[in-house]
Write a protein that binds this ligand. Structure first.
Ligand SMILES: CC(=O)SCCNC(=O)CCNC(=O)[C@H](O)C(C)(C)COP(=O)(O)OP(=O)(O)OC[C@H]1O[C@@H](n2cnc3c(N)ncnc32)[C@H](O)[C@@H]1OP(=O)(O)O
Ligand SMILES: CC(C)C(=O)C(=O)O
Length: 513
């Protein structure tokens, strides 16, 4: 069976989803999970885009050893130099340079002639190749490019040293048949094409990203790019978990394999969803809540008699287990630590202590503490910065009645350690809390988006809240979980504010960016 490399771009194109903003610790947590999932290459970010991204990419490249770490760069020497500083400590340093080749992009965005585009691409790839052992070049908007121009520029960038050529469907415009034919055309007409691996990168604007990716594989792509849960710019990217499972289930048709460890899919999907705030729709293929649920009588009857009547994927294949009750209020530190390890977390002693305290608090409120609850607690603890100045809620109270205006009172510790308390009202309880927090915080905060979901099932499931705010005009996202919706809402608000505080306190390293 032939092999297809999996190139994950959750941390770069996935992070380009509107409203998603991962901090360094969150990116590292996802990177470690992608390594466990068995991706061959992970695109950790765009190092020249910000100091924060530079540091996250550098830490990921310095930490991850099980796969190659790459970063994106424009066809600019400065972008390439910064990317080298971030990536040079990696196991297999690799750079991803892109430059658009479609008339629409060359004329209106780059304002370059096709000849200038060829020259810029060649110079950038040759420059990068002086530093990086592997250079991937992407013809941005390939699907709306002239095929003969693509043939010409690809031949030149291969001569300049590219080892992977990516043909992205940047705007999700193509169809499976057309995309396959494009790969065939490039293979048939670029004379030095055998020196490189061809890659596919599809967007989902017309809902065809996964089908287009599979078609590319059938027509010569040996690297497939995508994200977990299909998150990404606009309608998102091809969902890698769907491609990997399709290749596995339909081996009869495709006869290709990847290195992906399919039973890590569920954990990866949960982690990405929780940390990005991009909820997975219930009917999403492979990882949606309903993907293995059988509702109608005839289906249930069939599944009870023989699961394969209506189930082509087994839940176990992708790491979905029934929700077991695991720990309770009499459980101790050892069992908790063991469970954290089983759930895939490596916590240091202080994080473990913090998570254990949250767990104990929860056992006082909730009858059953499930794996989902523990996963939420452990993710929150693991991705919180230690020793950073922050706002911390000590206590809150909300008065609510059908005839009164809701009033919230909040006691807060400020970043300088001072305790402050205030009360304010709102149209609803959440607004009352947010108005009060706003009064207590030294910044101009505006709520842009609020999403509430439950962690796990049942009446006593944890509430999880994701918010989008602007803090002094800067967009910030935050999340919080608690058994109570109002408490989770307050945590999410403060989490977003604290993230902007953390960014302000980071030292700026002039040399790099
Ligand atoms: C298809 C994709 O997904 S591509 C990746 C997209 N991702 C991102 O843009 C996220 C990170 N981006 C950023 O942080 C910023 O856009 C930066 C730091 C890269 C650049 O910021 P700015 O310098 O303010 O430029 P801005 O974003 O407004 O414009 C982009 C510039 O890059 C140029 N450009 C675009 N693509 C390329 C390229 N591949 N190679 C060289 N130049 C390029 C544009 O023509 C424009 O140049 P101009 O200023 O001469 O008109
Ligand atoms: C940088 C390239 C590969 C990209 O993200 C796209 O074209 O969508």
């Amino acid at each position: 069976m032939a092999h297809v490399n999996v190139f994950d771009t959750t941390l770069r194109d996935g992070e380009q989803s509107a409203g998603v903003n991962l901090n360094r610790l969150e990116k590292i947590e996802i990177a470690k999970q992608l390594e466990r999932l068995g991706v061959d290459i992970m695109e950790a970010g765009f190092p020249a885009s910000s100091q924060e991204d530079f540091e996250a990419v550098k830490e990921i490249a310095d930490t991850i050893r099980g796969c190659s770490v790459t970063g994106l760069a424009r066809a600019h020497k400065r972008d390439i130099d910064i990317a080298w500083e971030a990536l040079k400590g990696g196991a297999e340093p690799r750079l991803h340079i892109f430059l658009a080749t479609s008339p629409i992009h060359m004329t209106h965005k780059l304002k370059k002639t096709p000849d200038e585009v060829v020259q810029t691409a060649v110079e950038a790839v040759a420059y990068a190749k002086e530093k990086f052992p592997y250079v991937q070049w992407s013809a941005e908007d390939a699907c709306r490019s002239d095929y003969d121009f693509l043939v010409h520029i690809i031949e030149k960038v291969i001569d300049a040293g590219a080892s992977v050529i990516n043909l992205p469907d940047t705007v999700g415009y193509t169809t499976p048949d057309e995309y396959g034919r494009m790969f065939e055309y490039i293979k048939a007409n670029v004379p030095n094409i055998d020196r490189v691996i061809l890659s596919a990168h599809c967007h989902d604007d017309l809902g065809m990203a996964v089908s287009n990716s599979l078609s590319a594989i059938e027509h010569g792509a040996r690297q497939i790019e995508g994200t977990i849960n299909g998150i990404g710019e606009r309608a998102g990217n091809a969902a890698l978990e769907e491609i990997a499972v399709a290749l596995q289930i339909r081996q009869d048709r495709f006869n290709f394999q990847t290195n992906m460890v399919l039973k890590e899919i569920k954990r990866t999907s949960d982690l990405v969803s929780r940390l990005t705030g991009m909820m997975v729709p219930g009917n999403k293929a492979v990882v949606g809540r309903n993907a293995f649920a059988h509702e109608s009588g005839i289906h249930q009857d069939g599944v009870l008699k023989e699961a394969s009547t209506y189930e082509i994927i087994t839940p176990a294949m992708v790491g979905i287990d029934s929700n077991r009750m695991v720990l309770g209020k009499h459980s101790g530190r050892h069992a908790f630590k063991q469970k954290a390890v089983e759930l895939g977390f490596e916590l240091n002693e202080s994080k473990l202590k913090e998570a254990f305290e949250s767990f104990k608090n929860l056992t006082g409120k909730k009858k059953e503490v499930t794996d989902d609850d523990l996963f939420a607690i452990l993710t929150d603890t693991q991705t919180e910065y230690d020793d950073q100045p922050k706002y911390e809620m000590k206590a809150f109270q909300v008065q609510y009645g059908s005839i009164n205006r809701p009033t919230a009172t909040v006691l807060l510790t400020r970043p300088d350690g001072e305790e402050v308390e205030k009360a304010n009202t709102g149209e609803g309880s959440v607004e009352a809390i947010y108005n009060t927090l706003d009064d207590l915080i030294d910044a101009d905060v505006h709520l842009k988006d609020y999403q509430l979901s439950s962690v796990g099932k049942g009446r006593d499931a944890l509430a999880e809240v994701h918010v989008q705010l602007t803090v002094d005009g800067v967009p910030a996202s935050g999340r919080g979980s608690a058994q109570d919706v109002l408490e989770a809402s307050a945590h999410a608000f403060l989490n977003a504010v604290n993230r902007t505080l953390y960014r302000k306190h980071q030292p700026v390293q002039e040399a790099q960016v």
